[in-house]
Design a protein around this ligand. Structure first.
Ligand code: HEC
Ligand code: HEC
Length: 152
């Protein structure tokens, strides 16, 4: 009894491996594509730097918003505009004391409230890092088709 069982298992194994190798021969397995797009033995290639659109502030149209409460996109270039502990170049044009003179859109009232909704005399620190929400633009094409329609 035990011998017959062993024989059946062996025959099944032979049959399965024949099917497996036969299918390998007809469908050659494609070389796996690593996520970094080049082989592990090759040096990494840095992606090309995107070219940002827009010129010096004051020369472009605002970009239409797609939904309510969207942080507006930045239409101008921001190269070299520092945001650090000592200096925030964005505030020098968009903050209350300067926006008129600079002819820049005024920062919204929401940025001058703390998280409990209390009015502040200065911009809330939660809004200090402007680029966290407002992004400059490149002409990057969407990676996947997008059928998003703004709410009417
Ligand atoms: C030299 C002044 C100046 C500086 C510095 C500046 N901006 Fe602007 N910003 C403008 C002006 C002027 C506009 C109006 C559009 C234009 O003419 O480019 C604008 C437009 C914008 C808008 C669009 C607002 C809307 O309602 O659509 C955003 C967002 C913005 N800026 C964010 C920033 C951020 C973030 C920084 C810092 C990284 C910054 N800006 C630095 C002057 C400035
Ligand atoms: C946490 C996200 C966030 C950060 C950080 C932030 N913003 Fe905004 N911003 C928004 C949103 C959302 C809106 C649109 C709704 C509103 O006005 O609150 C907006 C609106 C604006 C507007 C248009 C206001 C209007 O009334 O049309 C300007 C200009 C602006 N932000 C500039 C800035 C600047 C400059 C900084 C940095 C000092 C900054 N924001 C930081 C989210 C942010």
């Amino acid at each position: 009894m035990a011998t017959r069982y062993k024989l059946t298992v062996t025959l099944a194994a032979v049959a399965l491996s024949t099917i497996f190798f036969a299918s390998c021969a007809t469908n050659p397995v494609e070389k796996p594509q690593p996520l970094r797009l080049n082989q592990i033995t090759e040096a990494d290639r840095a992606p090309a730097l995107p070219e940002y659109q827009g010129k010096t502030p004051g020369k472009q149209e605002k970009i239409a918003r797609s939904f309510e409460q969207q942080p507006p996109l930045i239409p101008h270039k921001i190269e070299g505009y520092r945001i650090d502990l000592k200096k925030n170049r964005c505030l020098e044009c968009h903050d209350r004391p300067f926006y008129k003179e600079e002819n820049a859109p005024k920062i919204g009232g929401s940025h001058y409230k703390d998280r409990d909704g209390k009015e502040l005399t200065h911009i809330s620190m939660a809004r200090y890092n402007c680029n966290e929400c407002h992004a400059p633009q490149t002409d990057a094409q969407p990676l996947v088709t997008n059928t998003f329609q703004p709410a009417k």
